[in-house]
Ligand binder design. Sequence first.
Ligand SMILES: [Mg+2]
Length: 274
Amino acid sequence: MTENRKGLDEKEARERLKRIEAFALDQDGTTYLENQPFPWTLQFLDGLRKRGIKYLFLSNNSSKSTAKHVEKLAGLGIDVSEDQVLHSGQVTLEYLKTLPGREKIYLMAVPEVEEEYRAAGFDVDAEDPNYVVLAYDLTFTFEKLEKACRYVRRGVPFFATHHDATWMIGPGEFLPDVGALAAAVTAATGVEAEFLGKPSGVTVEALLRRLGVEKDRVALVGDRLDTDIRMGWDQGILTFLVLSGKTKAEEVEGSPWKPTFVVERTVDILDYLE
Ligand SMILES: [Mg+2]
């Protein structure tokens, strides 16, 4: 664990706010809830545009292609280009492109995400893969698990798009997420995956590259302390915790990862930018 993890002090944070050029926004619990945009979401995005501030949507949901993410947002009345969506499957894809022998992988993913990888030049079911890659695979089977375990046991590096073990689909209702599927491979092989979505540094690099800004010119907005806020804390990036989703205000004190600012709703962030 490095010693560069830290929060920003109030003075430094206020100084940074004046220079913010871009926002990375969480989706669920921040922009919408249970497939309903918050009533203030469009006003917030409009406020950013009026101030000339760029934004993108950052998501630990690798069960959909980028095109489908864009489509989903459009269905909620939020118009974005593919450049403005960065999901953990894409973060992983971009990272793999930097590795040697990356074209030969064994990918566990839904068909449309497989297609995204193929289009980017990957053989997603190579005979002799150099990497095992797990996305949010809603078509996960025993056969896929068995194959992945065989490669991982042979020493093939194992990546997973993100760490979340569950995905909340309604009040008190959860689906198993990538962390749970990765745990099955780990239980059978003793090998832990390297997780690349939020809160990893790999995701930060991908989003800075995408936005074309330096770390001190971007702010992260999200509703989860262990992903959205942790990523900012670990990387020294300014964060806003919104209380419209998973986290209650009283949970902040006991958290090892502190947000720079806490607001009820995304639209309240505009007051910090006047
Ligand atoms: Mg969220």
